[in-house]
Design a protein around this ligand. Structure first.
Ligand SMILES: Cc1ncc(COP(=O)(O)O)c(C=O)c1O
Ligand SMILES: N[C@@H](CCOP(=O)(O)O)C(=O)O
Length: 466
């Protein structure tokens, strides 16, 4: 399997190459040269498989040439062995039509664990084959950071520098990162928004001075391996609800467009999907882009669903590439225009291509709170604010009653206890697997929103490879 950059001028790489590269050298994102496709019979034969085995079946075509089936199986068994639920991503039911895919049974209580538990092990496997040292630089609005740190803390050959927007994530999210003591973990509270942090991470990949000395690597969803692992749970849910004989819709709380793009990949691989609903909070650039073609970034507004407080959504570029005729140079020009103006219009092909599978909805604070209350009062389920936004969009979707709609539950409600308590009057308890989070000492540095300050901080602490 070869991977190409969305901007057309970086070299094509194999799976090992893209996993270690993160962002492509031309600033683009890697996507498979073509989508592997399963027949209906092949998908039907996946019914009833344990999660780790399903993961092997779904991901094998993507790792071809870099991992054997047995190597992939060993990695999946170890990664998913750490989940607190035997089904890894269990499905529960709200009512006749609506279902909840619980993605928060991993060590750090959010869907990010599904991919990052695997990615940490992929790094370890590939590093064992070469003399190298990775300097992971990541940006987080709260959940990627803790999942990535859990996945690589204490591992040889890796340092991780994680930037979060100072004061804009929940106390549980912050402590899950800043109380980790491993010497290879560096937490930076950045004065600015998640978008500022993400822009700095991308800039570091194209900074010759940093790249020349360090092997900069990515744990954000710019790294293809993140999305690949997330494709699996779309298959898991659809198979339980009658797929491939029956179409299923998914409602996905969205920020960086990674999770919902994984659903798009599942559809390209042959999984019958009726609709992918892109659910945003008031930081609604993706809702505007899908509904009217207007991709223009405003100022980030802090909300009670902070992990989705994102305006510049990195994986949207992957969709624009795939639905815009896979024309790298044209997309590079379009993205340069966006970088300069922070605004662009989708082309007709991009709009129409997206409209074939995606719809969107936006939830403000009132809608989000009403959704948490409905789940609690009508169904006895406590859900987190991000999931509530997905559920709001699912219930507003107007899909025919015989189409099952699965809302992705992207975080455990205890990660956002204050917001959940405000909406429902109930304060979710932290699961015992996160231990004595509030007794542990925190360790992090605060830096100004200035690229040079962040680059100097990393350069002083990272391990040079040349
Ligand atoms: C809890 C939670 N829900 C939803 C999202 C949005 O996912 P994505 O960025 O893949 O669209 C995030 C962060 O990205 C998150 O942490
Ligand atoms: N919501 C995310 C933001 C980063 O997204 P990623 O999927 O690109 O890593 C977070 O929790 O950090």
């Amino acid at each position: 399997m070869k991977y190409v950059s969305t901007r057309g001028s970086a070299p094509a790489l194999d799976f090992e190459g893209v996993t270690l590269a993160g962002l492509a050298s031309d600033g683009g994102l890697y996507v498979p040269e073509e989508w592997p496709r399963f027949s209906e019979a092949e998908i039907a034969a996946m019914r009833g498989l344990p999660y780790a085995e399903l993961a092997v079946r779904v991901m094998l075509p993507f790792v071809e040439g870099s991992l054997t089936e047995d190597e992939l199986r060993g990695l999946c068994q170890r990664a998913y062995g750490r989940f607190a639920h035997a089904a890894v991503t269990p499905l529960t039911q709200f009512d006749q039509q609506h279902h909840l895919l619980e993605l928060f049974h991993g060590p750090t209580l959010a869907f990010k664990d599904v991919a990052l538990q695997l990615l940490g092990r992929l790094f370890e496997t590939f590093l064992a084959r070469r003399e190298d040292h990775l300097t992971i630089v990541g940006a987080t609005s709260g959940d990627t950071g803790s999942a990535a740190i859990d996945a690589v803390a204490g591992r040889a050959g890796v340092d991780i520098f994680m930037l979060h927007p100072a004061g804009r994530i929940s106390d549980v999210q912050r402590r899950q990162m800043t109380t980790v003591k491993a010497p290879n973990v560096y937490n930076i509270a950045l004065e600015g928004s998640f978008d500022d942090a993400q822009a700095m991470v991308k800039r570091m990949f194209s900074d010759g001075a940093m790249n020349g000395r360090f092997h900069i690597a990515a744990v954000n969803s710019i790294n293809w391996a993140r999305l690949m692992a997330q494709v699996v749970y779309y298959f898991a849910a659809a198979l339980q609800l009658g797929g491939p004989d029956r179409k299923v819709a998914f409602s996905v709380p969205t920020g960086n467009f990674g999770d919902v793009f994984a659903g798009y990949v599942a559809a390209q691989m042959g999984l019958p999907i009726e609709r992918l609903i892109v659910a945003t909070n008031v930081n609604d650039i993706l809702h505007r882009a899908i509904s009217s073609g207007d991709y223009s970034a405003g100022t980030v507004e802090p909300t009670a669903a902070p992990s989705m407080d994102i305006q510049v959504s990195s994986n949207f570029e992957r969709l624009l590439f795939c639905e815009g005729g896979r024309d790298g140079p044209a997309l590079a020009a379009q993205m340069q225009g966006f970088d300069a103006a922070r605004a662009m219009q989708l082309t007709n092909a991009q709009r129409e291509g997206a409209a074939a599978l995606f719809t969107s909805a936006r939830a403000d604070a009132a809608a989000m709170n009403e959704s948490m209350r409905w789940a609690s009062e009508a169904c006895g389920e406590i859900i987190d604010p991000h999931t509530a936004i997905g559920l709001h969009a699912a219930r507003a979707s107007g899909l025919a009653a015989d189409i099952p709609v699965v809302t992705l539950a992207t975080a455990h409600p205890a990660k956002f206890r204050d917001a959940v308590e405000r909406a429902t009057g109930q304060r979710p308890a932290l699961p015992t697997r996160v231990g004595d989070l509030f007794e542990r000492e925190e360790r992090y540095d605060t830096l100004p929103g200035d690229y040079d300050a962040v680059a100097a901080y990393v350069a002083e602490r990272a391990t040079a490879v040349s």
